[in-house]
Design a protein around this ligand. Structure first.
Ligand SMILES: Nc1ncnc2c1ncn2[C@@H]1O[C@H](COP(=O)(O)OP(=O)(O)OP(=O)(O)O)[C@@H](O)[C@H]1O
Ligand SMILES: [Mg+2]
Length: 298
């Protein structure tokens, strides 16, 4: 049974259909990436999972039970909302007390240490740098030590050092057994961090899989041959997408080995020569562009 499951979630804001029937499953202990451009529906999805928003239709289950488990969820929101006039300690104390004051001091020192802001404990939040605020935002979201962590673009607009620091923290959280849903419009982040990726655009999931599954989705074979027409006909008959230009033939397929084997086996019988073969994976960015006609970063 999947740990978290979304079934056919829809959500509209007036005329805008933000989510158009989103379904996905998240395994326990995984880092699940929700990858998509601006306005795709990432934040709406996160807000529905943590019950900040109510879906129009569809169901979310945690461990098979609907409407359960909100207290096990921590959210690191896209928009940082903390009190600039209060100190780091007071902000953490305030948000921490929402979940009860039991062990609060312990939780505060544990998470301030995790995000390495011990020396800023008594500083006003307004005096922190952008990267430090993002790190504190992380600590605030984690203060109730949740089992499920929703992170909405936690690295937007920060320096590379803070970004790496956040990556390392996420890896440590995974090692501690947490289940993480991570939204981003940075492809490299999703590839680097996530066990499983769902690509979202205009409120629907257009493709999903593990990083290697997504990368295998398309390969490009570049062949040089003395007989491009024959090669093109054979490859096209195998369902591949073919583009011939002079002696070079580009073939897009999800099974390069099968196409190459066929072409090489037939080459003797059909009397053509293959003089060069190059295979490359089509990047997720290219795949995304092909599926949606959009770049991820707009
Ligand atoms: N409160 C709201 N009122 C009206 N429209 C909204 C509201 N929240 C979201 N939307 C619309 O719903 C769609 C999805 O928005 P959402 O914030 O979920 O996208 P996103 O993938 O998080 O984008 P971004 O990468 O910019 O954060 C957009 O068209 C947005 O304008
Ligand atoms: Mg968003």
């Amino acid at each position: 049974m999947p740990f978290i499951e979304l079934k056919n979630i829809t959500k509209s804001f007036g005329e805008t259909k933000a989510l158009n029937g989103i379904s996905f499953k998240v395994s326990k202990g995984a880092i699940f990436g929700l990858l998509g451009p601006n306005g795709a529906g990432k934040t709406t999805t996160i807000n529905i999972i943590c019950c900040l928003l109510k879906q129009d239709s569809g169901e979310i289950t945690i461990n098979g039970i609907a409407g359960d488990g909100q207290d096990r969820i921590g959210v690191i929101p896209q928009d940082i909302s903390m009190y600039d006039e209060l100190t780091v300690a007071d902000n953490l104390g305030f948000f921490g007390s929402v979940y009860g004051s039991r062990d609060l001091d312990l939780r505060m020192s544990r998470f301030i240490e995790l995000v390495q802001l011990e020396d800023k404990f008594k500083s006003k939040v307004g005096t922190l740098s952008g990267g430090q605020k993002r790190r504190l935002n992380l600590a605030v979201g984690l203060i109730n030590d949740p089992e499920i962590i929703l992170m909405d673009e936690p690295t937007v607009g920060i320096d590379p050092q803070s970004r790496n620091f956040i990556f390392e923290t996420i890896v440590r959280l995974k090692e501690a057994g947490k289940t993480i849903i991570y939204t981003t419009h940075y492809l490299e982040e999703a590839e680097k961090l996530c066990d499983y990726i769902a690509i979202i655009d205009e409120g629907i999931i257009i493709k999903e899989g593990t990083v290697s599954e997504l990368a295998q989705f398309e390969q490009e074979i570049q062949l040089t041959t003395d007989c491009p027409q024959v090669i093109s006909t054979i490859a096209a008959s195998m369902g591949a997408y073919v583009n011939a230009n002079g002696q070079s033939v580009k073939i897009r397929t999800s099974d390069a080995v099968k196409v190459i084997t066929q072409l090489v086996q037939k080459s003797e019988g059909e009397g053509y020569k293959i003089t060069g073969i190059l295979v490359r994976k089509v990047s997720l960015e290219e795949m995304f562009l092909k599926l949606t006609g959009k770049r991820l970063r707009e």
